[in-house]
Design a protein around this ligand. Sequence first.
Ligand SMILES: [Zn+2]
Length: 147
Amino acid sequence: MPRKISPFIREQVRQRAAVLCEYCHTDEHWQLVPFTLDHILPTSEGGDDTLENLALACFHCNRHKSDKQSVFDADTQNVIPLFNPRRMLWAEHFIWSADGLRVLPQSDIGHVTIKWLELNRERVQRIRQDDIAINRHPPLADPRESS
Ligand SMILES: [Zn+2]
């Protein structure tokens, strides 16, 4: 069961993320349902509801991340951490494909996160395609990276 997080904290997480899912960078503005709050360290492992442990995540990314912080990668036969939006910069692990439809990995972390969270699932690629047509995709660079 998701825990109740105060609207104040939730709004701070949203603004910090510039209302993008912090994994797939889908923009919450254009979605039918509000995004969820992901506990980076899961509550089952003692993760709390502080800003430092929360990330804005679309339903799909949150569900696929679940309580994982790292996954076994069959390609490299290694346990590799998933992208952690509080400790890592998106642009260091991911880049948009030239046509803007796909997230491409820039690191092993990017590679396993794309695979595990299905950042290029068919539905999100269709959304990106529609958004490109009206100039609202790809999103502007992560605001935290522009300073
Ligand atoms: Zn997402």
